[in-house]
Design a protein around this ligand. Structure first.
Ligand code: SF4
Length: 71
């Protein structure tokens, strides 16, 4: 899994950091706009990352599921 965050599309809803806190964060110091903590998360985080993509109101999160994860 390879995750891309299109930061310019983020509307700071906070959904991603709430459902996938290992992958995303929404620092208060940055107005709650999303920060991508891990662009190639371990498989244990894939379900949460999928949910974040689904719940993102501005479609700022893009997930490439064909990418082979690093070993
Ligand atoms: S869910 Fe989308 S709009 Fe909301 S903070 Fe995350 S990237 Fe930004």
């Amino acid at each position: 899994m390879k995750i891309t965050l299109h930061a310019s599309m983020c509307v700071a809803s906070g959904n991603c950091g709430f459902v996938a806190p290992e992958v995303f964060s929404n620092p208060e110091g940055n107005g709650g706009f999303a920060h991508l903590n891990d662009s190639a998360p371990p498989e244990s985080e894939w379900e949460a990352a999928d949910e974040a993509e689904f719940l993102c109101p501005s479609k700022a999160i893009q997930i490439d599921r064909h990418q082979i994860p690093p070993r």
